[in-house]
Write a protein that binds this ligand. Structure first.
Ligand code: ADP
Length: 626
């Protein structure tokens, strides 16, 4: 029979599994059992909502059958099954990847990245099996099909006989090697231990025939062996258990069983509320960013159960966008099984649960911030951007919820601080919350614009994320203190003497500044005496709402907005370079023009802006050198 090729990505993943050096090969069983359980969820839901499907609760189970003679391990389920087309699509391709573009952007270096991206899933069977056969009959279908693959070079599909709806996965185990004894997966007791460890909370019975011994009838010391079917798992879903019956390990296992991530959860919440609306929930904050988190493929949402029956695998309405990183599930007795997606959005109960969940997540984050600062900082490094994005979104509608969860790097503390901590430390005379934006902490700490404020002993928040300035624009104030950029036109220092001095300098040098501006033309809005520079000769500041950092960000956006900030070239009139400039102004027009251009270009470089004509700039520097 002709082989059908695997899709390229699937083939790579498969290849990785076949040659896996992964130490926990046993997890293949968890993956296959989870798939089986999902498939039963689907048929169970159908049966409950469609009267034409008659099913008995006892009809839903997963069975594990080791066969020592054939060296096979079979996992059967009575789930929804797969049609021929589904076999091809689900087992021959990686549908959820859909992110070739993403992959190209982020060159995948080693296999673990790849596993991280897709989760191990069905293909993990190939860690322990040299041949995998899947026999499946889909609900509502007369025919059954057999899918078979022995390696990366393709699979076959052919019709076959199968009485009941469901799926049977037959693993032909690999030969034992020095490192790995695949016979373990034929041993009932080993299998039982693996199932207990990873799949205890699966809601359907996982059955296996166990060999047992008993006293022979009529005898007092003679034993005989017999076979008996046993249900291995406890079946109570973890969220229905009591919190104090559970250990952290149970939650971590559940997180993996549910494939919420391959990392460890950073924190988890187990909610059980009774009242007007009762629900149970388990929520996780992942430790690392899901691979597709910042792509359009990422879908936020929680699993939603109506009284134990899965009705939606990603209910987006349960999570606000700014908490989209949260994984988990919600189960409520008060939801109707037959509710449609459209109705769900309007559903008052669901809205109530969503609000409740939002508050609980917020509380948990506040708790981490307060009592487990290090963990919180780790969280913030990972997902802080999402919170800042949340402040910016919807015209700052959620700022009240989020502002106390924000952290920024502080110039004086040299670590991440909250706005509350900043404000609490402000000296009496300081009126504003100062910030400086730039590419990195390193770079900002060298910005000439920060000199004056730093000199006054004021703390400066360093904004290194694209979103920072935009978010703060939305906040506008924190505890009645406005935010001010150290590069803005008005530092708000209210130093009368200083102000007078500056105005005087501007007046005194009005002629030279005017001439400089003529030289620079449209490039700057004005040239002024600087009130923020001490040791540096020149810098740029901005007037109006748009800062230089914002200009850079907007320029890099897909729609390539070329909105320009209103730039002011600030000159330190106390710097010796200014004397040279004055001198040139008086005696040598060519030189004056040259100096003006040079100063302007220096300011651009300091700002991290591209110089308009690098060749010309070098030519100018050469001119002074000779
Ligand atoms: P995932 O389960 O993460 O989507 P898998 O590679 O494990 O990825 O499985 C791919 C798809 O194959 C599943 O989403 C499901 O639609 C289908 N599938 C796998 N195992 C079964 C099964 N036992 N019964 C029905 N469908 C299955």
């Amino acid at each position: 029979m002709a082989k059908i090729q695997f899709q390229a990505e699937a083939q790579r993943l498969l290849d990785l599994m076949i040659n896996s050096i992964y130490t926990h090969k046993e997890i293949f069983l968890r993956e296959l059992i989870s798939n089986a359980s999902d498939a039963i969820d689907k048929i169970y839901y159908k049966a409950l909502t469609d009267e034409t499907i008659k099913f008995n609760k006892d009809d839903y189970y997963i069975k594990i059958i080791p066969d020592r003679q054939k060296r096979t391990l079979t996992i059967t389920d009575t789930g929804i099954g797969m049609t021929r087309q589904e076999l091809e699509e689900n087992l021959g391709t990686i549908a959820k990847s859909g992110s070739l573009a993403f992959k190209q952007e982020h060159e995948i270096k080693d296999g673990y990245d790849l596993i991280g991206q897709f989760g191990v899933g069905f293909y993990s069977a190939f860690m322990v099996a040299q041949k995998v056969v899947v026999i499946s009959k889909a609900l509502g279908s007369e025919e059954a099909y057999k899918w078979e693959a022995e390696g990366v070079d393709g699979y076959t599909i052919e019709p076959c006989a199968k009485e009941k709806v469901g799926t049977e996965i037959i693993l032909h185990l690999k030969e034992n090697t020095e490192e790995e004894n695949y016979d373990d997966y034929l041993n009932e007791y080993q299998l039982r231990a693996i199932i207990k460890k990873y799949s205890d909370f699966i809601r359907y019975p996982i059955k296996m025939d166990m060999t047992k011994t008993r006293l022979k009838e009529g005898s007092e010391h003679e034993y005989e062996t017999y076979r008996e079917e046993e249900i291995i798992n406890s079946m109570v879903p973890i969220w229905r258990k009591n919190k104090n019956e559970l250990k952290e390990e149970d939650y971590v296992n559940f997180y993996h069983e549910k494939r919420f991530g391959i990392d460890k959860p950073l924190a988890y919440l187990h909610i059980n509320t009774e009242g007007a609306i009762s629900y149970r929930a388990i929520l996780f904050i992942p430790e690392s960013i899901p691979f597709d988190f910042y792509t359009e493929h990422y879908q936020k949402g929680l699993e939603l159960y109506a009284n134990g029956v899965l009705i939606m695998s990603k209910c987006a309405d349960l999570l606000p966008d700014y908490f989209s990183f949260v994984k988990g599930l919600v189960d409520s007795e008060d939801l109707s099984l037959n509710i449609s997606r459209e109705m769900l959005q309007q559903d008052r109960q669901l809205q109530h649960i969503a609000k409740n969940i939002k508050n609980r997540i917020k509380k948990e984050l506040e708790r981490l911030l307060k009592s487990e600062r290090e963990k919180y900082e780790q969280f913030f490094q990972t997902f802080g951007r999402q919170l800042k994005y949340g402040v910016y979104m919807s015209f700052g509608r959620y700022k009240e919820v989020l502002q106390d969860l924000l952290l920024f790097y502080s110039s004086t503390e040299k670590k991440l601080v909250t706005l509350d901590e900043y404000v609490a430390r402000m000296p009496g005379e300081q009126k504003y919350i100062y910030y400086a934006s730039g590419e990195s902490i390193e770079r900002i700490s060298k910005m000439p614009q920060t000199e004056r404020i730093a000199d006054l002993g004021y703390e400066i928040l360093y904004f290194t994320d694209d979103i920072d300035e935009f978010a703060v624009r939305m906040l506008h104030k924190y505890k009645d203190r406005e935010f001010r950029s150290v590069a803005g036109s008005d530092l708000g220092l209210d130093d009368k003497e200083e102000k007078a001095k500056n105005e005087e300098a501007d007046k005194e040098h009005a002629e030279i500044f005017k001439k400089m501006q003529d030289v620079l033309g449209e490039k700057v809005k004005a040239v002024k005496a600087s009130k923020r520079l001490k040791s540096h000769p020149v810098c740029l500041s901005t007037e109006g709402d748009l800062t230089i950092e914002m200009e850079k960000i907007l320029k890099n956006m897909p729609n390539n907005l070329t909105i320009k900030a209103e730039k002011i070239l600030e000159i330190n009139t106390e710097h010796e370079v200014f004397s040279a400039l004055q001198n040139a102004f008086a005696h040598d027009e060519e030189k004056f023009k040259l100096y003006t251009e040079l100063l302007y270009n220096q300011a651009l470089l300091i700002e991290g802006l591209p110089v308009e004509d690098p060749v010309e700039l070098t030519a100018m520097i050469c001119k002074i050198m000779v």
